[in-house]
Ligand binder design. Structure first.
Ligand code: DAK
Length: 254
């Protein structure tokens, strides 16, 4: 689609976005952010795309925001223009998203991986929030999503020291859903995504909504949201098809 810093394609109901700045460890430049947002807009409005996979290169998913672009930034323009704020767009995507992470996922790289619904990691993956080492704080959810994902002790240690977490530790503490050999990560992420793409889209959307909203509400409110979602799906043809297919001992056709 003619992008400079990313590549994108659609296969089997899956939109794949590949971060592609090989000379800069896929550092998240402003140009890259605009291109990711543009392709997300396209994927979201395209019925051919049911699920989105975000990936990088073998060496680096992304080594964080582009430090060379940030070094001279000043307070007022950063605040007034909500500098880099559009990266948050990944978290608000209503379609299911999977991060296929190999290599470094640092700073903003770790943060955009955590914005996805789940992470499948390569056995060479390294997650970290090294901002302390360059005189700043995480700015895209590192102190918040990481803490919710791995708990206070690990998040504090990682953010205060910049220590990287390897793939085995990330799986153990629940930051990633699975760890695979590097060459299997993207194919497996796409296969998982295309499996989800074949399920009921309204059901997938509501599952995502329930889990995400439940992360920010009380158990009682979360259970209420879940129950309303469950009831509402009785209004869809997919629920009828899914249940009838089970009874008929055949595959559902959504
Ligand atoms: N930015 C710019 N260039 C980078 C980069 C980065 N984050 N990371 C790597 N590069 C460049 C290097 O400068 C080098 O370029 P040349 O010198 O060849 O021109 C090239 O990529 C290869 O890197 P290295 O030579 O350093 O490679 P190594 O294998 O030795 O080390 C590394 C790989 C990933 C461990 C290392 O490059 C590294 O530590 N990178 C920086 C990691 C880092 O500090 N990341 C956090 C950045 S701060 C916000 C939104 C977002 C953010 C904040 C707020 N808002 C919405 C408010 C995010 C902030 C951040 O992510």
């Amino acid at each position: 689609m003619g992008f400079e810093t990313i590549q994108s394609r659609i296969e089997n109901g899956v939109g794949v976005i590949t971060l592609h700045r090989p000379d800069a460890m896929n550092a998240l430049s402003e140009k890259m952010m605009l291109e990711v947002v543009e392709v997300l807009d396209q994927f979201e409005s395209d019925y051919a795309v049911a699920v989105i996979v975000l990936t990088g290169s073998e060496k680096a998913f992304a080594a964080g925001a582009d430090i060379k672009e940030m070094v001279d930034q000043t307070y007022l323009p950063a605040m007034q223009q909500q500098f880099l704020g559009q990266w948050e767009r990944i978290a608000s995507c209503p379609k299911p998203t999977i991060a296929a992470v190999t290599g470094y996922a640092l700073g903003g790289g770790c943060e955009i991986a955590m914005m996805c619904d789940f992470i499948i990691a390569g056995d060479n993956a390294k997650f970290g929030q090294p901002e302390i080492k360059i005189g700043t704080t995480p700015g895209l959810g590192g102190t918040q999503r990481l803490t919710r994902a791995v708990g206070k002790a690990k998040a504090m240690e990682m953010c205060l020291t910049g220590r990287m977490m390897d793939a085995a530790e990330a799986e153990k503490v629940g930051l990633v859903s699975r760890v695979l050999p590097v060459s299997d990560v993207l194919p497996e992420a796409i296969e998982t995504a295309s499996f989800i793409a074949k399920q009921s889209r309204p059901a997938a959307r509501l599952i995502k909504e329930c889990i995400n909203s439940g992360m920010n509400t009380s158990l009682e409110q979360g259970l209420g949201t879940e129950r309303r979602a469950f009831y509402s799906l009785f209004g869809t043809a997919d629920q009828k098809e899914g249940m009838q297919a089970f009874i008929d001992k055949r595959k559902p056709n959504y």
